[in-house]
Every structure is written in structure tokens, then in C-alpha cells.
Write a protein that binds this ligand. Sequence first.
Ligand code: SF4
Length: 109
Amino acid sequence: MGEIVFWTIIRTIIIIPAVWLLRGYLDFEIWFVLNIFIIYLVIIHPTITQYRLFEEKNKDIVESTLCSSCIHFDKSAILCLKHDLHPTEKFLPCEGLDWEPKSSVKNPD
Ligand code: SF4
């Protein structure tokens, strides 16, 4: 997930000055419409595509490993927060010893 955010920021850093430079060469209306297309094609679309690939790649880990039902699992980063390692289908950082069910979290209310 961090990689997706990183490359989105890099693309944004590159695109903003490029689009700003285009402003001097085009009428405002054309520049504005072109801006929307460029931002979608260079920033938004690749980010959405990368996120979908990330979800598809990690679908089995999120849905069918022991970690998926553990309180220490962060599914947005596919990360065991207790061991600071990325579990896979064949690798559980704690080997199941530190597993705690999500339902064990007490409601603070
Ligand atoms: S503590 Fe164990 S079961 Fe829980 S997320 Fe980490 S590796 Fe998975």
C-alpha cells in the first residue's frame, strides 16, 4: 500500500509543474479540460489500477489466513502489527502463537 501512495505522490509532484507550464501555451478553457484528462490519466487511473492489483494479489491472505481473523492484522497494509512483518499464505510471523480473535476487543462504550 505504501508503494501505491509513494508513486501517486511522485506522479503528482511531476505533473503539477508540467501542467502549470502548459498554462502559458494554451487558452484557459482548453488548459482546464486538458488538466482534468491529464490528472485522471496520469494520477487517478494508475492509482486505482495499482490498488485493484494490490487487492487481487492479497485477496487470499485477507480472506483465508489465520491472520485475517486476528486483532493484530492490518489488512490495508497486509501487516502483522505485533511482529511488524508481512504474513503470506505460507508464512505466519508468529506461527499462530500470538493470534487473538478480533472479537476479543472490548467495546469502550
Ligand atoms: S499475531 Fe500472529 S496471527 Fe496475529 S496477525 Fe500477527 S502473525 Fe498473524
